[in-house]
Ligand binder design. Structure first.
Ligand code: GDP
Ligand code: ZN
Length: 452
């Protein structure tokens, strides 16, 4: 990747096919003006980054069209090479004639995304930004547009770069330690090494969380309500929805199966699930309902564990809690309009106090829901990762986890430790494109349009 590499000139029509006020023909490559200058007539000599009125003529000097051109001199252009942008009349016939003129005279037709690919190869942008160009052009919603724009400005890169630097530095220390172990150079303690690795892992985790966020936007957050019978699950379900979908009765076990409804929380869709009271039951129908509820529970992104805050906890409350303790959950202390039992609050100090009946505490509950699934965390980021990004981040993370584990068990010599870190680093390099195979580049740039 260097700026001095010579590249054959390429040409493409950069605007859509069809009649329009203006059509743009774009060229890029080494020594562009020497190669096409004779087809371009201007009154004054062409200065970089100035708009010049010009006439396009063919080999015989016959006019094809007149328009405006802008010349960019390497490296100060989109691709980093000499570039010409010809603004002609938007007539497909004119544009095609111009294109054919250049192709006849040794300029190659550009492949899809080739201009951006060259910008990447010439170091004008990293791979993440190059990808964002295609995303920006293809963005169909405001959210997609905003995230592509942020990525283009290097937001995602700015999260990755410090992580790469940290790992690189770590490698440098570990490797220096191997080579000069006798000499007096600063070395890192085991704790420092471990801390750095965990720090990088945490940052990657946060990034991977944004993958979840994108997924939530598409499929919704699965939010299950559980608790022993009669604590007010169905009432809470209805209160959150603001309507009476679930049947509320004072007879335990009325919700035999689960109910599901959609809810919109700050633009994020939520699939709200009211489960049957999960408990031992001799009733066959009820048992099936319970089994299906447990299944729903396993699929949930977040669980609302409801207890009756107004009366003492029962062993069955804790039995249900045991089922969900390990999941991402929020304790909900319901029926506070009937009073608050201090034992309950003590047992669930992080619980949210609500009343499904009066609506008290519901706003706070909704906020906590979004927080718990990472949508509004302090570290919440506004980048959305593609499958390629997520995959590489996941691999880097797994490698670091493996490294940490072996390192903690004292099973890594410094030599092997540095190899492990380098492997994790490799994935991050691939992400931003400091290491990029032709295959990867091919698959990324082939989804671009021609002329970009
Ligand atoms: P579920 O079995 O957990 O779904 O409980 P339900 O939603 O069917 O409610 C059981 C009983 O508790 C019903 O009589 C509700 O009216 C009542 N209930 C539910 N939530 C509240 C609340 O916040 N305050 C009061 N006072 N009663 C409630
Ligand atoms: Zn119910």
């Amino acid at each position: 990747m260097s700026n001095i590499k010579e590249r054959e000139p390429i040409v493409a029509i950069a605007t859509p096919f069809g009649e329009s006020a203006i059509g743009v023909v774009r060229l890029s490559g080494t020594g562009l003006l020497e190669k096409v200058g004779r087809f371009i007539r201007t009154k004054s000599s062409i200065k970089p980054r100035y708009a010049h009125r010009f006439e396009l003529v063919d080999e015989q000097g016959k006019p094809i069209d007149d328009g405006i051109l802008i010349y960019y001199k390497a490296p100060n252009s989109y691709t980093g090479e000499d570039m010409l942008e010809l603004f002609l009349h938007g007539n497909p016939f004119i544009l095609k004639t111009a294109l054919e003129l250049f192709v006849r005279n040794g300029i190659r037709l550009a492949q899809p995304g080739e201009f951006t690919k060259r910008a990447f190869l010439n170091g004008k942008m990293d791979l993440l930004q190059a990808e964002a160009v295609a995303d920006l052009i293809g963005a169909k919603t405001q959210l997609a547009h905003e995230s592509a724009l942020r990525q283009l400005k290097g937001e995602l890169s700015s999260y990755i770069t410090p992580l790469r630097e940290k790992l690189l530095e770590l490698c440098a220390y570990v490797e220096a330690d191997i080579e000069f172990s006798e000499e007096d150079i600063p070395t890192l303690t085991r704790e420092q090494i471990l801390r750095t690795l965990l720090e990088v892992k945490d940052r990657i985790d946060t990034l991977l969380f944004t993958v979840k966020k994108g997924e939530y936007l598409r499929r919704g957050i699965n939010l299950a309500i559980v608790g022993k019978p009669n604590v007010g699950k169905s009432s809470l379900f209805n209160a959150l929805l603001g309507k009476d979908r679930a049947i509320v009765t004072s007879v335990p076990g009325t919700t035999r199966d689960f109910l599901q409804e959609s809810l919109n929380l700050e633009g994020i869709p939520v699939n709200l699930i009211d489960t049957a009271g999960i408990r031992e039951s001799s009733d066959e129908v009820e048992r099936i309902g319970i089994e299906r509820s447990l299944q729903k529970l396993r699929e949930a992104d977040l669980v609302l564990f409801v207890v009756d805050a107004s009366s003492p906890l029962e062993s069955i409350d804790l039995e249900v809690y045991n089922l969900i303790e390990e999941t991402n959950h929020i304790p909900v202390l319901n029926k506070i309009d009937l009073g608050i039992n201090e034992e309950v609050v003590k047992r669930f100090p992080d619980g949210i106090k609500v009343s499904a009946k009066t609506g008290q505490g519901l706003e706070e509950l909704k906020e906590r829901v979004l927080q718990k699934v990472g949508v509004f965390g302090a570290d919440s980021m506004h980048v959305y990762l593609s499958v390629r990004h997520a995959d590489l981040l996941q691999r880097a993370k797994e490698k670091i986890e493996e490294t940490v584990e072996l390192f903690q068990r004292m099973e890594l010599s410094p030599e092997v430790l540095s190899l492990y870190i380098r492997e994790a680093l490799h994935y991050l390099e691939e992400l931003v494109g400091t290491i990029a195979t032709e295959d990867v580049l091919g698959s990324i740039f082939s989804r671009f349009c021609i002329g970009k």
